[in-house]
Design a protein. Sequence first.
Length: 271
Amino acid sequence: MSNLRMPVYYLAHGGGPWPWMSGPHHDAHALLAQSLRELPAQVGTTPAAVLMVSAHWEAPQFTTSSHPRPPMLYDYYGFPPNTYEVQYPAPGHPALAARVQALLGDAGIAAAQDAERGFDHATFVPMAVAWPDASVPVVQLSLKDGLDPEAHLAAGRALAPLRDEGVLIIGSGLSYHNLRLLRPEGYEASAAFDQWLTDTLIGKTAAERAAALTQWTSAPSARVVHPREEHLLPLMVAAGAAGDDAARRSYHEPRFMGAVTVSSFRFSNNR
């Protein structure tokens, strides 16, 4: 286990099982793929484990996956047959799942474990691009029903000690998630929200970030960009775990899928 304090990320995971596709849908993710491949070098050491906060898992209370060999969960529809045969055989980490539950409990936050949950595509897509050898153990963390920003910021704060235990915390979502407006008509709304998000995170203290993020629905075009906020909420956990660490964009694409602006963010004071 490394003594280096782990950074924290809020990552775009893209559209469905894009790494295993060919043609325009795959090609539209080229810049995102490049940013994900750069993660190991940015982190600077192999994590002891990854705690992945999944936009695709909601539960009555924060819940960790505790299966030692997690199965696959193909939580997408209408994609080519080969994308339902994808395997990402990274090990789970039951001890980390229990540690997460304990940290949340110590902070007065109810938490549970799920010994059957498999890797959904918010987890196996970015992990397969960043760590294709599937050697890093992975535990998923659900969102909490209700999607309250402050509850997710508080969970992130409670989990911050994991960063000093070699655990890389990643919030996996998408900074723009309006599938009905994933076309050029959504560009202006996406650009305005992305600028607000950048201004909210970069150069701000933990308190300043939290104050803005809890009021995210007041941001420009907020409900156009996120008609439902499950793809934004992993950011709240990441920002909570980041504390006052500096934020920077680790990926930015003005015309993702030829249409909208999206970004990923890294929180770290190391570099």
